[in-house]
Each structure stands twice: as structure tokens, then as C-alpha cells.
Design a protein around this ligand. Structure first.
Ligand code: PMP
Length: 393
């Protein structure tokens, strides 16, 4: 076995696609401790800087004191606590949906939801750049699977028109694209889905907490109610600073997921203390609105500075601000150079992104200061030296 696996690993290495973990020895924040030194980081999804907020830490500690650590079982056996229940009710209220259902991770929420809604003979249409968990979900469901061109309503509409009448149809998009930072045209997608008798699902992993009034997310910002966008998924491990995920929608949708979503049914519930920390984070969405405002001003500061330096920005207005590099080796080389200069930014390569579009995925957070953005720009301009430039720069 090892000989076969070693060959596969060598192949991955020769393509400059080998993934390596880094071991962090500090809480999340603007700076993290890595290999014995502190580096300024622009690669976490802790967009609001809540992952190490004292209110979350306190809620978790107090709940662990009272309730212990493990949930002990799945939600349907005896792991569903009153704290989970309260969190589901809060998530439903925030998103303006009848009900919400907690999942242990976003990956599982996507697998569970799509495979519960569709089966053989149904149709699923996904944006080409959807998150891996949504693409895997489509495959797992057994439905007839199509990928449409990124954010192309024309391509999607053409494909919908050609579908046979039999079977359910589900359109699935990321509300904010995780590796590009751009956003799906949700309102137009909702009209198109109504026109073609298709259901619509949006994964708001990167919008929930950051976008919309009080951070209620992309659906709220686009003004889409439960009927227009019936399946809304959000995660809790990014802007919310905690862990887990949820799906929000009608009473019938949630009951169907409880009955049919296998990654919901057959997994241990998140620790109640995590649910309590999440509730504390949801309070902060309202009381610390400055976090979203500060993040928004940092995004503008970064884009203005990067434009002036001629850096290859992508069309994103969100906290995800990738710089397009192209080849894997070059993205890796720049990332290594930046790390030596004390700034951590991940190089994202295929198969996570399409061939030839390797990039540095910069993520900004309310934990950063204006000075951090200036340092980032300064270090980027030094690292973007001729040895890293491609002929087309
Ligand atoms: N959807 C999207 C768009 C994501 O970016 C991610 C996380 N990278 C997930 C789902 C999975 O969420 P989780 O990390 O909670 O499994």
C-alpha cells in the first residue's frame, strides 16, 4: 500500500500542489505564534475578530463548568440540549426563517441538505466555483449534475430551459465565493428559479455575520425571504468565531432534514459549550456593529493601496481579497517570501482553484488595524519583485 501512496504523494509534490499544515501555538488574532515567532496573519476566516473574544471564551468556560464538554450523542438520540435549541431559535430569528437546524460542520450541512432534498432522477445545477462541499454534495445525492459558468445567469437559464420536465430541480450557489470573494446575484437567481420551477439554495459561509443588517447575511441584504430563497445555509466557524453550521428555512424543510439528512442524523452534536459561545457571538453582532464598519473601511484601505501599487486584485468587495498569481510555483514562492518577512498569507492552488489561477488568498479581519493594512501593502510591494513577476505583468 505504502508504495502506491508514496507515488501519488510524489506526483502531487512534483506539481507544486503538496499541502502542508502549520502548527499555531496561540489564539487566533491579527498575530499568531508560528514556529516560535509571531507573524501578522491574513489567512483566517475570523472576519470579525471574535474567535478569541472574552465574551465567547467566558460563555464557553461557564457552560463547560455547568454542562461538561461532550454532547454525548447525536441530536436525535440524547445529544440535543436546551442550549442547542436556543441557538437554533436565535438563528431562525436572525435570518428571518421559520426554523433553523444546527449541523456539526458546514461541510456536513451541505452534504446532508443536498442529499436529503434530491435523489436519482432529480437535477442539480451548481455554479462552477461552488465550494468543494457543495460539489461533493451534488455527487453524493445521485441527482443529474450540471455546473454552470461562474455567475452566468445566461448559461444557467439556457441549461434550465433544456431540462426535461421530470424530477426536482435545485440551483445551488455560494453567496460569497470563498476563493474569489465575489458574490452571487441572489435576487436574479431567485427570479430565475421561480421562473423555472427550481428550488434555490445559497451557502452563506462567508456572508453570515458580515453582510446585511446586524450581520444577518447575504439573503437579508438582498431582501430575499424564505419563499424566494428557501434553503439558506450559514457557518459558525468564520465570522461568528465559533464552530458548526446551520440551515434555515421553512418548518417542512427543517423537519425533512431531521428525517433524511444522514450527516445530521448520524453524527455527534456539537458540544453545548460551543453553542453557548455561539450565542454570545450572536449578541455581539448587534452590540459591536463597529466591527463590520471597521472591516469595511479596512477593505477600502487595502484595495485603494493595492490598486496604487498595481497589484493584481480580483473583483471582490468582501473581506476575501485574493491576488491572482497564475502558476503554482510562483504563488508558493511569494507566500514563502512573505512569511520570511513576517506576514502569513496562504497560496491557494489547484485543485482548490482552476488550473492557472493560483493565488494569494488575503483575508481581512476587524481584528486588524489600519497600520496592519499599511504593513501588508508595504510587504506585498517588496515581495512583488521582478523575480516573482510573470511575463504578462
Ligand atoms: N461552505 C463554504 C463556502 C466554505 O468556505 C466552507 C469552509 N471553508 C464550508 C462550506 C465548510 O464549512 P465548515 O468549515 O464549517 O465545515
Amino acid at each position: 500500500m505504502d508504495a502506491v501512496l508514496r507515488r501519488r504523494l510524489q506526483e502531487r509534490q512534483s506539481q507544486s500542489r503538496y499541502r502542508r499544515r502549520r502548527t499555531v501555538a496561540s489564539p487566533q488574532g491579527r498575530e499568531i505564534q508560528l514556529n516560535g515567532r509571531r507573524v501578522l496573519q491574513f489567512c483566517s476566516n475570523d472576519y470579525l475578530g471574535l474567535a478569541n473574544h472574552p465574551a465567547l471564551v467566558d460563555a464557553m468556560q461557564q457552560t463547560a463548568d455547568r454542562r461538561g464538554v461532550g454532547a454525548g450523542a447525536s441530536h436525535l438520540v440524547c445529544g440535543h440540549s436546551d442550549i442547542h435549541h436556543q441557538l437554533e431559535q436565535r438563528l431562525a430569528a436572525i435570518t428571518g426563517r421559520d426554523r433553523a437546524l444546527l449541523f456539526s460542520t458546514g461541510y456536513m450541512a451541505n452534504l446532508g441538505t443536498v442529499s436529503a432534498l434530491l435523489g436519482k432522477g432529480d437535477h442539480i445545477l451548481e455554479d462552477r466555483l461552488n465550494h468543494a462541499s457543495l460539489l461533493d454534495a451534488g455527487l453524493l445525492s445521485g441527482a443529474r449534475f450540471q455546473r454552470f459558468q461562474h455567475n452566468s445567469l445566461d448559461d444557467l437559464s439556457r441549461r434550465l430551459s433544456k431540462l426535461p420536465d421530470d424530477g426536482q430541480r435545485l440551483i445551488v450557489v455560494d453567496a460569497v465565493y470563498s476563493m474569489d470573494g465575489d458574490r452571487a446575484p441572489l435576487a436574479e437567481l431567485a427570479s430565475l428559479s421561480a421562473q423555472h420551477n427550481a428550488w434555490l439554495m445559497a451557502d452563506d459561509a462567508h456572508g453570515f455575520g458580515v453582510l446585511g443588517e446586524h450581520g444577518a447575511g447575504s439573503a437579508q441584504e438582498a431582501g430575499l425571504d424564505q419563499q424566494q430563497l428557501p434553503v439558506l445555509m450559514g457557518t459558525l466557524g468564520k465570522a461568528i468565531g465559533s464552530f458548526g453550521a446551520f440551515v434555515a428555512g421553512s418548518e417542512t424543510l427543517i423537519e425533512s432534514l431531521i428525517q433524511f439528512a444522514r450527516p445530521y442524523i448520524y453524527t455527534t452534536a456539537m458540544p453545548p459549550a460551543v453553542a453557548a459561545a455561539t450565542l454570545a457571538a450572536l449578541d455581539l453582532l448587534e452590540t459591536e456593529a463597529w466591527r463590520r464598519q471597521h472591516l469595511s473601511s479596512l477593505i477600502t484601505r487595502f484595495r485603494t493601496g493595492a490598486q496604487a501599487l498595481g497589484l493584481p486584485l480580483m473583483a471582490s468587495t468582501t473581506a476575501i481579497q485574493p491576488l491572482l498569481v497564475g502558476e503554482e510555483e510562483r504563488a508558493l514562492a511569494i507566500s514563502r517570501d512573505l512569511e520570511e518577512r513576517g506576514v502569513l498569507i496562504s497560496a491557494i492552488r489547484p485543485p482548490t482553484v482552476p488550473q492557472g489561477t493560483s493565488r494569494l488568498r488575503i483575508t481581512l479581519s476587524a481584528a486588524h488595524t489600519e497600520k496592519d493594512i499599511d504593513t501588508l501593502l508595504e510587504v506585498l510591494s517588496e515581495a512583488w519583485q521582478p523575480q516573482h513577476r510573470s511575463p504578462q505583468d
